[in-house]
Every structure is written in structure tokens, then in C-alpha cells.
Design a protein around this ligand. Structure first.
Ligand code: IPM
Ligand code: MG
Length: 357
């Protein structure tokens, strides 16, 4: 198979972790006889430095022309004073939106070898953690109107959270369909006791539930959901939620599985083209020090092989390789526990490549 992959390394640890993921993709290409061609494109702070904007036109065109996109992370203190509409993060939101990627899948699965790294009590972890956060990605408050005005000589800031029925329906459909292929349980997380958007989400979910009689549907308020995630994460199978709640809950979900550095994500739209990125940020404090955990990005590449290219066997080979290096006791600093071997970003990537080859 020949595929073209747009590569958006971004800022901070982005270049290091993407570098390791590309090594792993090459190991897969060699082992299974595929050919991947890569095109490097700028996004985020590095794009601002080069071109003045976080998402140059060339990057959008390159991603739209490629078969799929792999991304590291964007942002850092260097660009904190840049005005809101041209911050590095705007580049990320912009590319998600330009590619029409409304569904963000963030699996929270505990590797048993990392049980000791979870901050949860052992008896809670022992019940198992394996759920998927389906986050709406190009609507809601992230994409509503933002403004800061001066009213009665003080500043007033406003962020609007709009959701149209069709936006709710298409993300809920991803949730229902995914739940069907898993354990057939879906939880809609919202704030329906306060927000109109949430009440609309519930109305649409209730209407669609008739099409999915085999999926057990329930609703949780987001405050309760965040508490249930640490009290009894085993209750969850598929969580579907709006953009900002999904951002917040997926960080929490990742931590209970041991480390946010482990969690990949796939952002998908109507076609097979997707954007694959770890859920963590650019970690400027450890950038360039060979300390970052590349596994979230490597597993994102595995998701790309499966979801965009239909290469299930190859995707599973990467997951098995990750499993095997964890089994060998290799750990980056973020997931280190007693008796394990501390390795850097490059050594972790090399070990995963070796386990594939
Ligand atoms: C994420 C990140 C981004 C988001 C930021 C960097 C804009 O936190 O992918 O979860 O909020 O979507
Ligand atoms: Mg986030």
C-alpha cells in the first residue's frame, strides 16, 4: 500500500515524539511491505515564527491533499502574549475545522503493566479501565463567538456555545455505532440542568435511541461524570460529549490509566482521512531533553493505520510492540514506577521499533 501522510510536528516536544512515531511507521512499512511518503508542514508557534500565522494556507492544502495527517502538539510560553485569534492553538482548531473532523476518539485503556502508575486505588483499578471518549471537535464554545468589549468602563468577555441539531446528531451517531462494536453502553455527558445546548443533546439522543435498541443509553451531568471517573471508571464503555467537556474529561480519563503521555486520539469526519495526535500538550518544560513519552503519538499512528488505511494487522502490531516494551519494564519518566527501567524518548521509540521488526 502507498499512502501520503502530512506531518505536523508543531512545538515543544512535538518534533521528538513525532520523530519516534515516524520511525515506528517506517518499521511497519518495512515489515509489511508498504510505502509511506511524508510531507512536513508547519502549524502552531513554529508556523507563527516562520509565516506570522499559526495555520498557513499551505498546511491546510497539504493536509487536504494527503491521505492522513499525524500531529505532535502546539503552543508554548513563547507565544502566550500573541493575540487570541492567532495563538498556536488556533492553528490546531483551524486544521480540525478545515478538515471537517467533528469526531475525536480518545481511548482510555489501562495497560495492566501500568496499574501501579494510576493514581487510583488498586481495588478500583483492578475492576478494569477500558472506555472511549467520543468528543465533538468542531462545534460548541470553541467555535462560537468570542469577544471582549468595554461596557460601563469595565471589560466584559463573552464566549458563545452554539450547537445545531445536525452537529449533535452526527457525533451521537459515531457514539452509538462505536458502542455497538464495543460493550453496547453509551453515556451522554452534559449539563442539562443548566444549559440549553445540553437539553438539545438529550432530546436528539432520545430520538436516536429508537434506532439503537441494543445500546444501553444513559445520561450524566458533567460534574457527576468527572466524579464517577475516579470513583468507578469500570462503569463506562463509550462516553459522548460536547467539545469542552470532552477536552476536560479526556485529560482526567488519561491520568487514571497511568499517564496522559500514553493516550492517542483519532479525529475523523465524513471520509477516511483523519488527523491523529496524542491528547497531551507540547510540554515546553521538557522539550528537547529526550524525556517525553512518545507512546501516545506512536499509538496515534497505529490508529491512523486502522481507521484511515484499514491496516488492522499493522495497527495491532504496533499495539503489541508497545505492550511488549512495557512488559520488558521500560518506562519514560511520566509513567515510571519501582523496579522498572527509566528510558528516554528515543530509546522508547527504538525499543518499540525493535519489537515490531
Ligand atoms: C486537546 C488540547 C487542545 C484542545 C488545545 C491545545 C487547543 O487541549 O487537544 O485536548 O483543547 O482541544
Ligand atoms: Mg486537551
Amino acid at each position: 500500500m502507498r499512502k501520503r501522510i502530512a506531518v505536523l510536528k508543531g512545538d515543544g516536544i512535538g518534533p521528538e515524539i513525532v520523530g519516534e512515531a515516524l520511525k515506528v511507521l517506517e518499521a511497519v512499512a518495512v515489515a509489511y511491505g508498504h510505502h509511506f511518503a511524508y510531507q512536513d508542514l508547519d502549524i502552531g508557534g513554529c508556523a507563527i515564527d516562520k509565516t506570522g500565522v499559526p495555520l498557513p494556507r499551505e498546511t491546510i492544502d497539504g493536509c487536504l491533499a494527503a491521505d492522513s495527517t499525524l500531529l505532535g502538539a502546539v503552543g508554548g510560553p513563547k507565544w502566550d502574549s500573541v493575540p487570541g485569534d492567532r495563538r498556536p492553538e488556533k492553528g490546531l482548531l483551524g486544521i480540525r475545522s478545515a478538515m471537517g473532523l467533528f469526531a475525536n476518539l480518545r481511548p482510555a485503556k489501562l495497560f495492566p503493566q501500568l496499574a501501579a502508575a494510576s493514581p487510583l486505588r488498586a481495588d478500583i483499578v483492578a475492576r478494569g479501565i477500558d472506555f472511549l471518549v467520543v468528543r465533538e471537535l468542531i462545534g460548541g464554545v470553541y467555535f462560537g463567538e468570542h469577544k471582549t468589549e468595554t461596557i460601563n468602563s469595565e471589560r466584559v468577555a463573552t464566549d458563545v456555545m452554539p450547537y445545531a441539531e445536525h452537529e449533535i446528531e452526527r457525533i451521537l451517531r459515531v457514539g452509538f455505532e462505536t458502542a455497538k462494536k464495543r460493550r453496547s453502553r453509551m453515556t451522554v455527558v452534559d449539563k442539562a440542568n443548566v444549559l440549553d445546548t445540553s437539553r438539545l443533546w438529550r432530546a436528539v439522543a432520545a430520538r436516536m435511541a429508537a434506532e439503537y435498541p441494543d445500546v444501553a443509553l444513559n445520561y450524566l451531568y458533567v460534574d457527576n461524570a468527572s466524579m464517577q471517573l475516579v470513583r468507578d471508571p469500570a462503569q463506562f464503555d463509550v462516553i459522548v460529549t460536547e467539545n469542552m467537556f470532552g477536552d476536560i474529561l479526556s485529560d482526567e480519563a488519561s491520568m487514571i490509566t497511568g499517564s496522559i503521555g500514553m493516550i492517542p486520539s483519532a479525529s475523523l469526519g465524513a471520509g477516511t482521512r483523519g488527523l491523529y495526535e496524542p491528547i497531551h500538550g507540547s510540554a515546553p518544560d521538557i522539550a528537547g531533553k529526550d524525556l517525553a513519552n512518545p507512546v501516545g503519538t506512536i499509538l496515534s499512528a497505529a490508529m491512523m493505520l486502522k481507521y484511515s488505511f484499514g491496516l488492522t494487522k499493522e495497527s495491532e502490531a504496533i499495539e503489541a510492540a508497545v505492550n511488549s516494551v512495557l512488559e520488558q519494564g521500560l518506562r519514560t519518566g511520566d509513567m515510571m514506577s519501582e523496579g522498572c527501567t527509566l528510558v528516554g524518548c528515543r530509546a522508547m521509540g527504538d525499543a518499540i521499533c525493535a519489537a515490531i521488526g
